[in-house]
Design a protein around this ligand. Structure first.
Ligand code: NDP
Ligand code: MG
Length: 391
């Protein structure tokens, strides 16, 4: 029996993970964690006969406990209880909480020397070097779940990173790819929340429209694979069938293709190092007809340029970038700033942080990362309050 814990079980990645798990007989679910979707969390816990179920919110304890009355499933609540769940013995853990809240549980899981399937990209962006060191120190294995990074990882099986010249991550361009540039400033949450190819959570879908998601992924790729910024390229590929390409020094290029379904990269991590059958739609290239690739227009997607600044600066820049992006996204979702203001706000927060404390000071611990996150959020709120008054 493989003992498995899923952090962020009620989310898009969490649900897909549990869908794959429900098709297997050899898995015992140790712990499931969620947030405010208490009824769904209770349903999943019953269906998978979890030992422990945790909501990140104290106020959700009562309803969760009531929903699981008589089930024999242990119930806990609060951010501390989420982290505690990582110490329950397990073999394989999915990190699929959204945002900086996913950081501490991931660190705790790695300290147990197990396999951590990492969907929470914020972990690598804010604390890449620390996270990798933690994995090394405890003999834990970190596997990528982001589809582009899983694609690169798969192309690198049997290869060494020294033979890689360049890695290309593909991007769909998001829901506003074909909008006229001059209209972008007026884009609403509904406009930006439609993804042409992938079904995902609201936040990551808007991050696809701005390409903040791809910016995070470029930083993630640099950290995970130890590439230099110059080795990472982004191309727009509207069909989302080629997920990444790896160019080697002999001129050969390996691409990873597949239909856009997160159950592929999740399933690859679940079965790694083996390949098992997965219930995903098969790629039909004749039906697809064509595969297009375009350069990214930096005027349309300024977030990608900011990722370059972050990689150049290093230190605290990744954590500041992520925090500012989350604050800017909250403000956009609440209708307090416009679509294009998000990138301006992140750029201004990076500058303001630099002028106050300096981006160059690298975090040495998880607590340092959380402190940088808190300070950066404060700067972001002030920057937005001063420069982007509500329309
Ligand atoms: P969702 O928003 O769909 O789900 C997030 C999960 O985290 C839910 O279970 C939610 O609980 C829980 N959660 C929310 N806030 C907190 C908190 N403060 N503390 C603990 N748990 C919390 O996100 P996705 O599944 O889309 O994404 C998860 C991660 O994976 C993100 O980092 C994302 O960037 C990454 N990712 C996602 C992909 C995708 O296809 N969706 C692809 C690649 C990476 P509840 O809903 O019950 O409140
Ligand atoms: Mg991705």
């Amino acid at each position: 029996m493989r003992r498995i814990t899923v952090f962020g079980a009620t989310g898009s990645v969490g649900e897909s993970t549990l869908d794959l798990i429900s098709r297997r007989e050899d898995v015992a679910v140790v712990a499931l964690t969620g947030g405010r979707q208490v009824d769904r969390l209770a349903e999943l816990a019953r269906a998978h006969r979890a030992e422990l179920v945790v909501t990140a919110y104290e106020e959700c304890y009562r309803p969760l406990n009531a929903a699981l009355a008589g089930s024999g499933i242990e119930v806990a609540a609060g951010p501390g209880a989420v982290v505690e769940a990582a110490y329950r013995p397990a073999d394989w853990v999915m990190s699929a909480i959204v945002g900086a809240a996913g950081l501490a549980p991931g660190f705790a899981a790695l300290s147990q020397g197990l396999i951590l399937a990492l969907a929470n990209k914020e972990s690598l962006v804010t604390a890449g070097p620390l996270l990798l060191a933690e994995a090394r120190a405890h003999g834990a294995t970190l596997l990528p779940v982001d589809s582009e990074h899983s694609a690169v990882f798969q192309a690198l099986v049997g290869e060494t990173i020294e033979t890689v010249e360049e890695v290309t991550l593909t991007a769909s361009g998001g829901g506003l790819r074909d909008w006229p540039l001059e209209k972008l400033a007026e884009a609403t949450v509904t406009d930006a929340g439609n993804h042409p190819n992938w079904a995902m959570g609201q936040r990551i879908t808007i991050d696809s429209a701005t390409m903040f998601n791809k910016a995070m992924e470029v930083i993630e790729a640099r950290e995970f694979f130890g590439l230099s910024p110059e080795q990472i390229r982004v191309l727009i590929h509207p069909q989302s069938l080629v997920h990444a390409l790896v160019a080697f020094r002999d001129g050969g290029v390996l691409a990873h293709l597949g239909s856009p379904d997160m159950r592929h990269p999740i399933g690859y991590a679940l079965n790694w190092p083996a390949r098992a059958a997965l219930p995903v739609a098969r790629l039909d290239l004749a039906a697809a007809g064509r595969l297009d690739f375009f350069e990214v227009d930096p005027r349309r997607y300024p977030a990608l340029g900011l990722a370059r600044v972050v990689m150049q600066r290093g230190g605290a820049a990744g954590a500041v970038f992520n925090a500012a992006k989350e604050v800017a996204l909250d403000h956009f979702i609440d209708g307090r700033i416009g679509f294009l203001d998000m990138a301006h706000a992140v750029e201004d927060t990076l500058e303001r942080y630099e002028s106050h404390g300096g981006l160059g000071i690298a975090p040495n611990s998880l607590q340092d990362v959380l402190d940088i996150d808190t300070a950066a959020r404060r700067h972001a709120v002030e920057v937005i309050g001063a420069g982007y008054p509500a329309a």
